[in-house]
Design a protein around this ligand. Structure first.
Ligand SMILES: N=CN[C@@H](CCC(=O)O)C(=O)O
Ligand SMILES: [Mn+2]
Ligand SMILES: [Mn+2]
Length: 313
């Protein structure tokens, strides 16, 4: 990202009448990625090639810079550095190359001690994010168990027989795990019975996926969901959190490729994100499927910003 692009994107409201340390916003503290103290490192993944291959509605490749704009005014009362690590762009149809480039960027951020937070892009982002974490753990000789927690209306466990797409990332990861003799630990919360065929439910069962349907993700079930999620977390050494914005009701997040008529509310998602953050296992996260073409008055971008805030706070 050029200095000019950085300055154009990271701007927003300033409140000079307030005590400075109580009024700072992300756009005032974020810096281009540089050597220095550990912090949160935002990486954009400009791609909707996976969505195109998956017969979906394209538009998500525009998302990263628009999400940055939605993040710019967030209060940043945290004693933590924030960096912008720029964009990885899928050139033409070269999704596999973009996955490798994203994995390298995620790994470099982890090696420097940062918490990489990737802004998609279609959900094909997940394979690149996971690969970056896996490559990093391999490079430090760490044989730990990675737990994947995906908030999504879809399993994204489609076969990649005809190439990878936004519908295949967790199947690709399952195959990689099998090849290297690692356990595939995948928890998918918010699955819609109407948006996944029995073939996908069958594959999820065969792969030992822990899942809950959107209809079982209500506020009155929160304690039960937390217990189930905590048990999953206890069986993992490190965590990768991925949020597909289509897990939210379409009335909250209309700007996605495949909207969910029911969805899971922020009132349920936010306490679960706090649980995921709680014990220090969370190493990397991403937000996927923002499609500005279908957004209304930035509702979806604002919901995404709220979720980012929940992840980093
Ligand atoms: N990442 C999205 N995956 C969904 C899309 C479904 C749709 O376009 O209707 C899937 O493949 O199941
Ligand atoms: Mn998805
Ligand atoms: Mn989805």
């Amino acid at each position: 990202m050029s200095e000019l692009d950085f300055k154009q994107i990271w701007q927003g409201r300033v409140d000079p009448e307030e005590q400075a340390d109580l009024a700072s916003r992300l756009h005032q503290v974020i810096k281009p990625l540089e050597d220095g103290a550990a912090g949160t490192a935002l990486i954009g993944f400009c791609s909707d090639e996976g969505v195109r291959r998956n017969q979906g509605r394209i538009g998500a490749r525009q998302a990263p810079d628009l999400l940055r704009r939605a993040l710019a005014n967030l209060p940043w009362p945290f004693d933590r550095h924030a960096y912008d690590a720029g964009n990885v762009t899928c050139e033409g149809r070269e999704l596999e190359a973009a996955h490798r480039a994203l994995a390298d960027r995620v790994k470099a951020c982890l090696s420097a001690g940062h918490f990489p937070l990737v802004l998609g892009g279609g959900h094909e982002v997940a394979f690149g994010t996971w690969l970056g974490l896996d490559n990093y753990l391999d490079s430090v000789g760490d044989n730990t168990r990675i737990g994947i927690i995906n908030f999504d209306a879809h399993f994204d466990l489609r076969l990649d027989t005809n190439g990878c797409s936004s519908g295949t990332p967790f199947y690709q990861i399952a195959r990689r795990c099998e090849e290297k003799g690692a356990e595939f630990k995948y928890c998918c919360l918010g699955v819609s019975e109407l948006s996944n065929t029995p073939a996908l439910f069958k594959r999820a069962d065969e792969l030992g996926v822990l899942y809950r349907k959107d209809a079982d993700m209500n506020l009155h079930q929160l304690n039960e969901i937390k217990d189930q999620l905590q048990q999953f977390i206890d069986g993992c050494d490190v965590l990768y959190l991925t949020i597909d914005l289509d897990v939210l009701p379409a009335s909250v997040a209309p700007g996605v490729s495949a909207p969910a008529p029911r969805g899971v509310g922020l009132d349920v998602l936010e306490p679960l994100i706090s649980l995921i953050r709680q014990d220090g296992k969370l190493k990397v996260a991403d937000i996927a499927e923002y499609n500005p073409e279908y957004d209304i008055d930035n509702w979806t971008a604002r919901a995404a910003a709220r979720l980012v805030y929940s992840i980093v706070k």
